[in-house]
Design a protein around this ligand. Structure first.
Ligand SMILES: Nc1nc2c(c(=O)[nH]1)N[C@H]1C(S)=C(S)[C@@H](COP(=O)(O)OP(=O)(O)OC[C@H]3O[C@@H](n4cnc5c(=O)[nH]c(N)nc54)[C@H](O)[C@@H]3O)O[C@H]1N2
Ligand SMILES: Nc1nc2c(c(=O)[nH]1)N[C@H]1C(S)=C(S)[C@@H](COP(=O)(O)OP(=O)(O)OC[C@H]3O[C@@H](n4cnc5c(=O)[nH]c(N)nc54)[C@H](O)[C@@H]3O)O[C@H]1N2
Ligand code: SF4
Ligand SMILES: [Mo]
Length: 706
């Protein structure tokens, strides 16, 4: 049989690695890294390498199903797509008629191929309520903050050929996780030129071991640390005075503001010695060009917008902006996605849950406004401020990755209609009324511009195989929009893709498919052509936008609500600082536990504990350990290691056990979000809740219970 080879792009994480899909007849036989791709040069990570095991996994959902017994009873009836779409369309029309379109909410997961299609369908339907667990907690706080500060979203210049002299990794471990919308291979290759490394991380990661300066901070104190570094750079006049004078707004106000935030002030807050803070600030400011690699760790505490603002000012005042080997703005090679938000009236936009408070998540300050999850869950549970009756989840294991899983469970049970599209049965799809079988990435057509927002490289994804009756999420939305006779959102998927790339770079989808990828030449110092896209035309150290929206125009320090400093009474019973969710190279968030080869490499959830903390509690390496917070208790397996501060424990997130019986599949055993809270206070602008830097206590699990 002849083998056909299709160029495509892996999307098992946020994506990016170029691949060659080998197809024999109807079957995908090999997934090979594409050596021509600038994002991976032929390499694939463990997850990408097991794509065939994902596509052909025996547990894949292959046809639509309707719940046969009570909700969550685990009894299902196979139905046709016709029946599934008819039933969903009819039930949505009824809810819309009786409660208004806003009573229907859409949900999805992080940065997937179809993420923008979820909000597009919601907007076509007329509802402003769509959400994603990362929108207030991951990446989008950085995007929206940078849009306010810089007028665009900066990314690391991995592709321009100028190596960085210094890289600072702030709460980010791209060797395990891959930066958002880039690939880990570029991050790995950037180490080849032997840059000076600074790491800000409570755990001694591989990068921390290689670092010139490792700042082992207390989780949740990133704002204090960033402010102290700004203090040192400005007080010692290590900033780029010329760039600052010409291209920033509010430097004098910032300088006066950070004078109080000395390294000596920061030491007891951050647990980092003042001398180390000074050393890091000096090294960073004096070694140029330098890259800032930052991650979601700074977005998992309330008040994240001000933390991000403070961290982002380090590259700004040192002039590492839009320069070779530094932070650069993108070429935006992909046109704007047609979100159809214009289909919502101003009144409907104002009804978005959270829009009354969180301008940078739900309103004018958001690149793409989304609903505030805790407010949405409350609307499901209590009908306040108005009822939400239906939730359509396309690619998110809600019980696993939203904060406060027990409350999420309670909220989902109150719905009239829960529809879930996924690759597999999960503890969340088990609660649905209708389950839809989604196509995985080699089964669908798409385009992607990476890094996300910047779109310096455009890649085409193409359908290589058909599995069962699976449909791509995009196709499901088009089919539903047509069935419901919606006024917009009914064009074919390929029409939308084609128009979007044509707008960005002039190529059509078919042409891009043939090329595999397209990389427009990167230009630097683009701000010289017309300033920064902010109200003042400069980088706004003092933010006129935040001020206008009623938020602090200069960054400040504030303790997370649950911490040894802010809640010493809780700390008496829960003395350890808990951080969660450092990424695992073998899994993407809650996924892939059913892929045998990956599971073999990382069979159990791991809690990291320092030997001095473990010993008095009788905890040895590989013991199962209870981890308990005010919200609840779970168990994970101990890794006793001096690579973590004795006052901190780290647990993994995303754990459930596909091999255990449904409907729960062990979701309550080791799930980090049994321990987290989604209660206020929230970030005033973004509505962010606290997923990390909480308080906990630990105990050995006795043999019988293990
Ligand atoms: N293989 C794989 N890749 C992934 C993912 C995955 O699940 N698996 N998930 C994707 C997603 S959704 C995201 S958002 C990114 C996340 O990717 P990253 O941003 O890299 O996130 P983490 O690895 O969680 O965080 C990096 C480091 O932050 C440290 N850290 C923990 N708490 C704090 C703190 O309070 N302050 C600071 N400064 N550091 C802290 C952790 O010890 C960890 O080493 O990765 C994406 N890529
Ligand atoms: N405690 C704690 N909680 C966290 C985090 C943390 O660090 N700590 N991290 C947070 C962050 S940064 C993020 S981004 C979120 C991640 O949260 P999500 O991105 O929502 O990740 P999952 O919950 O794993 O949901 C992904 C689901 O999509 C399914 N899927 C995969 N591909 C497709 C597809 O093409 N179509 C469809 N329909 N389904 C598909 C998978 O099988 C899986 O069930 O978690 C957040 N939650
Ligand atoms: S890093 Fe992401 S895109 Fe690359 S092979 Fe792994 S899962 Fe696929
Ligand atoms: Mo994320």
């Amino acid at each position: 049989m002849t083998t056909q080879i299709l160029k495509s792009v892996c999307r098992s994480c946020h994506g990016g690695c170029g691949v060659l899909l080998h197809v024999e007849g109807e079957r995908l036989t090999r997934v090979e890294g594409d050596r021509a791709s600038p994002l991976n040069r032929g390499r694939l990570c463990p997850i990408g390498s097991t794509t065939l095991d994902l596509v052909y996994h025996p547990d894949r959902l292959k046809y639509p199903m309707r719940r046969a017994g009570k909700r969550g009873e685990g009894r299902w009836q196979r139905i046709s797509w016709e029946e599934a779409l008819d039933e969903i369309a009819e039930r949505l029309q009824t809810i819309k008629r009786e409660h208004g379109a806003e009573a229907i909410a859409m949900g999805t997961g992080t940065g997937r191929h179809h993420i923008r299609w979820v909000s597009r369908f919601g907007h076509a339907l007329g509802t402003p309520n769509w959400c994603e667990p990362g929108f207030a907690q991951c990446f989008h706080p950085r995007v929206n903050t940078c849009l306010a500060t810089f007028g665009d979203f900066p990314v690391c210049d991995f592709s321009g050929g100028t190596p960085p002299a210094c890289i600072i990794y702030w709460g980010h471990n791209p060797l395990n996780s891959g930066p958002d919308g880039e690939t880990r291979f570029n991050a790995l290759d950037s180490l080849d030129s032997n840059p000076a490394i600074i790491v800000v991380d409570p755990r001694k990661t591989r990068l921390a071991k290689q670092a010139k300066v490792w700042l082992q901070l207390r989780p949740g104190s990133d704002d204090a640390l960033a402010l102290a570094m700004l203090n040192v750079i400005i007080e010692e006049r290590l900033h780029d005075a010329e760039f600052v004078a010409q291209w920033t707004h509010g430097f004098d106000a910032l300088a006066a503001h950070v004078r109080r935030y000395t390294p000596e002030w920061a030491q007891p807050i951050t647990w980092v010695p003042a001398g180390k803070i000074r050393a890091a600030a000096r090294l960073y400011a004096q070694t140029r060009p330098s890259m800032m690699e930052w991650g979601c760790a700074i977005e998992h505490t309330p008040k994240c917008i001000q933390t991000i603002r403070a961290v982002s000012m380090l590259p700004a005042i040192t002039g590492n902006i839009d320069v070779p080997g530094g932070w650069v703005f993108g070429m935006h090679g992909l046109g704007r996605f047609p979100s159809l938000i214009e289909n919502l009236s101003p009144e409907m936009n104002a009804k978005r849950l959270g829009a009354d408070r969180f301008t940078m998540l739900c309103g004018e300050g958001a690149d793409l406004p989304a609903a505030h999850i805790p407010t949405l869950l409350q609307a499901m549970r209590e009908g306040v401020p108005y009822p939400v009756k239906a939730f359509l989840v396309f690619g998110n294991n809600t019980l696993s990755t939203y904060g406060n899983s027990k409350q999420v469970h309670e909220s989902l049970l109150k719905l009239d209609l829960l529809v879930a599209a996924d690759l597999f049965m999960t503890p969340t799809t088990e609660l649905a009324d209708i389950v839809l079988p989604a196509a995985s990435w080699p089964e669908l057509n798409q385009v992607v511009g990476l890094p996300t927002v910047a779109a310096n490289v455009l890649l085409a994804q193409q359908k290589a195989v058909q599995i069962g009756e699976c449909k791509s999420d995009e196709e499901i939305f088009v089919a539903l929009a047509r069935r419901m006779n919606l006024p917009v959102g009914t064009e074919s998927v390929e029409e939308v893709l084609d128009a979007q790339i044509r707008k960005g770079c002039g190529l059509g989808y078919e042409e891009l498919k043939g090329l595999g990828f397209h990389q427009p030449a990167l230009r630097y110092r683009k701000y010289q052509e017309g300033g920064f896209k902010t109200p003042t035309g400069k980088i706004e150290l003092y933010s006129t936008k935040l001020e206008k929206w009623g938020y602090a125009p200069l960054p400040y320090y504030e303790e997370p609500p649950e911490s040894p400093l802010s809640s010493p009474a809780i700390a008496k019973d829960f003395p350890l600082v808990l951080t969660t969710g450092a990424r695992i190279p073998f899994y993407f968030n809650s996924e892939h536990r059913q892929i045998a080869k990956l599971r073999k490499s990382h069979p159990d959830p791991i809690v990291e504990i320092h030997p001095d903390t473990a010993r008095p509690l009788g905890i040895r390496n590989k013991d199962w350990v209870w981890i308990e917070t005010l919200r609840g208790k779970i168990k994970q397996k101990a890794r006793v290691t001096d690579e973590i501060d004795p006052r901190v424990v780290h647990i993994e997130h995303g754990w459930w056990f596909p091999e255990e019986p449904g409907p729960e599949h062990g979701i309550w055993k080791s799930n980090a979000n049994v321990l987290t809270s989604n209660a206020p206070p929230y970030d005033p602008a973004m509505g962010t809740y606290q997923l990390r830097a909480l308080l906990c206590r630990i105990a050995r699990v006795e043999e019988a219970a293990a």
